[in-house]
Write a protein that binds this ligand. Sequence first.
Ligand SMILES: Nc1ncnc2c1ncn2[C@@H]1O[C@H](COP(=O)(O)OP(=O)(O)OP(=O)(O)O)[C@@H](O)[C@H]1O
Length: 288
Amino acid sequence: MAGVSKLFRTSGKRVKPSLDLPEGLCGQFSLAEMKIATNNFNDKLLVGEGDFGRVYKGSIDDCTRIVAIKWLKFKPGQGLVFKDIRIKVVLLCQLHHPNLVPLIEYCIAEGENILVFEFIVKGNLFRRLHYTDHDDHDRLWWKQRLQIRIGVALALHYLHIAVKQTIIHGDVKPADILLDENWEFKLSDFKSSKMAIFGALRYLDPKYRITCGLTDVYYFGVALFELLSARKAIGIRSLKHQWPLASWDKKCKREETMNKTIDLYLMGKIASCFNIYVDIATSCVQNE
Ligand SMILES: Nc1ncnc2c1ncn2[C@@H]1O[C@H](COP(=O)(O)OP(=O)(O)OP(=O)(O)O)[C@@H](O)[C@H]1O
């Protein structure tokens, strides 16, 4: 397991905010503090890497708090502008929902953009579904999968409806679904509208190209199928036989062979809600 670096606020003084945010909305770390927290962005503390940067495990507040430090790195063409990161920080720090990973502070300094989130200890759902060994202890029971499904739906409902500005998460996929020590799930950081189009293409709603609108609903449906089948969204057989998981499951549904698609570990263990689950997942990936 990656070690944790320590961050001590020696002066006790807060850094002058570089974003023009409403008073008291969100605090800011200096780059020096971030370097201490991550032992100078040490690879040993690297937790994961996405299209938009790297996530490190660090420690703040005299080593009393472990955090996930997301060091944003943008490739040419991804075009993050200052306004984007400001919008993102403003939105993130106003979100309060048990199924969303909370932003703690940010750091924008010397050309670097860093977001500091609560650290979610049990890792992401993608890893849990596809890379666990065959130890039953690590497997997700059906009830846990139902809870995850409900949690994702509640988090999306909150983002879509319950906050002032509707927020499209833009990348609802198992790698963004994190599990905490109580097996509760939290949806990680959304992509801002500018970033959303760079979300994982295999989860991208085909309608997007036509309507230029992203729908989290389609992503949610694909994630539900992945949760049910423990198969990756794109088949892992030869290229010739690859097809999107959602279409494949739609085909199975049509042919009433859905039970052949489920994770072998769940065989004989699904006590309730199977039909409703499949109906919801299928509705989410409808073309109309
Ligand atoms: N708050 C967190 N706590 C613990 N681990 C996290 C946290 N946030 C992210 N991670 C881990 O870091 C990995 C990389 O996260 P990140 O959000 O940068 O990329 P991604 O969503 O996996 O990929 P992409 O951004 O390309 O869609 C995640 O898969 C997750 O395992």
